[in-house]
Design a protein around this ligand. Structure first.
Ligand SMILES: Cc1ncc(COP(=O)(O)O)c(C=O)c1O
Length: 354
């Protein structure tokens, strides 16, 4: 892929690493590439970060043809820059875009674009432990028209944001979770397996309700029975019960998390029994009552592991592991972040040099 690079004439100043937070700052450049019926994907470029001019009638604004990804580039303890499982992230977009009738560049082109952008903005990859450069590849319909049908033109672009340590340098902070029994994130047959903007729009209302009630996030149940657990906030859900690690099986209403896959692989290697099976709120409550619900945690690129300290179902709170992070989640967190920083052996080839 031939990528034309135009460097900014006015580089921005950088915030101190301890003040980065998440998604508040953007680097000096972005990658963009366009799709049209005749040319296919064309005009791959890295350009100064700036607003786009897009037709107000563009499909992305009206019919929601929009998808994104989220992965990270790390500065290892040796100073080298590496991406964590970039191909798995790119392939997820390739696999799910047809559900939204959207074309994508190839996974290899997307990875090449991520690497090229990180090389140009290398100075923006923070150094401190727990920090990273978060990459946000995005795919939108750009054709201006009204009438419900797939657009004929698209843009794929990548923006990058230096992000701080999710836990602000402290140990893993357990979250309080509200079990949402009415609203659903993604229905059966819907877009849940795709990282489509529409799923996040569908999730905001319940998340705001949960926050107002004093909770951090929502536990999502399935759309048909409202009994089976699916995801937690914007993370995959794991439970340690009777010594086994249990997670709901992938379906068209669950995002196939890259962290989920990494956790399953590492947990098996660490000798844990991993079960991918349906898990109901009833079963969780029964296990909790018998003292068999040892740990609950979410997994995702942003936090890696997010322990759940409390689950509240219909106003009845269940405290998990005394409201503290448990040993299974902690060990997985240490292993994955260790691989990302280059202090734990990458025996699965998950890191890619920039
Ligand atoms: C709905 C949802 N589930 C799960 C995840 C975790 O996926 P990954 O581990 O690939 O980041 C994410 C986000 O990243 C998400 O938005």
């Amino acid at each position: 892929m031939d990528i034309k690079v135009t460097k900014t004439a006015s580089p921005k100043s950088k915030a101190p690493e301890q003040e980065l937070g998440f998604g508040r700052y953007f680097t000096d450049h972005l990658f963009a590439m366009d799709f049209g019926p005749e040319k296919g994907w064309h005009d791959a470029r890295i350009q100064p970060y700036a607003p786009f001019q897009i037709d107000p009638a563009a499909g992305v604004f009206h019919y929601g043809q929009a998808m994104f990804e989220g992965s990270k580039a790390f500065r290892g303890v040796d100073g080298a820059l590496r991406l964590f499982r970039p191909l798995a992230h790119a392939e997820r977009m390739v696999v799910n875009a047809p559900r939204l009738c959207m074309p994508t560049p190839t996974a290899e082109q997307m990875v090449e674009a991520c690497r090229a952008l990180v090389r140009v903005d290398a100075d923006w990859v923070p150094k401190s432990e727990g920090t990273a450069l978060y990459l946000r590849p995005t795919l939108i319909a750009t054709e201006g028209f009204l009438g419900v049908r797939p657009a004929s033109t698209y843009r794929y672009f990548i923006i990058a944001s230096p992000v701080g340590s999710y836990y602000g340098g402290n140990s893993l902070k357990p979250v309080r979770i509200w079990v949402e029994t009415v609203e659903v994130r993604a229905p059966r047959g819907g877009l849940g397996a795709a990282k489509a903007g529409a799923n996040y729009a569908a999730s905001l209302h319940a998340a705001v309700k949960a926050k107002k009630a004093g909770y951090d996030q929502v536990l999502w149940l399935d759309s048909q029975t409202h009994e089976l657990v699916e995801e937690v906030g914007t993370m995959n859900l794991f439970v340690v019960m009777n010594g086994a690690l249990v997670t709901p099986p992938l379906s068209d209403s669950i995002l196939a998390g890259v962290t989920r896959d990494s956790v399953i692989t590492l947990a098996k290697e660490q000798g844990l029994e991993v079960q991918q099976r349906a898990l109901s709120v009833k079963e969780l409550r029964a296990a909790h009552a018998k003292g068999q619900l040892q740990e609950v945690f979410g997994t995702g690129t942003a936090a890696v592991i997010s322990p759940v300290g409390e689950l509240s179902f219909a106003g009845e709170p269940m405290q998990i592991n005394g409201g503290k992070p448990g040993p299974v989640g902690l060990k997985l967190y240490e292993t994955i972040t260790g691989i990302q920083r280059g202090v734990v052996k990458d025996s699965h080839g998950w890191l890619m040099d920039v």
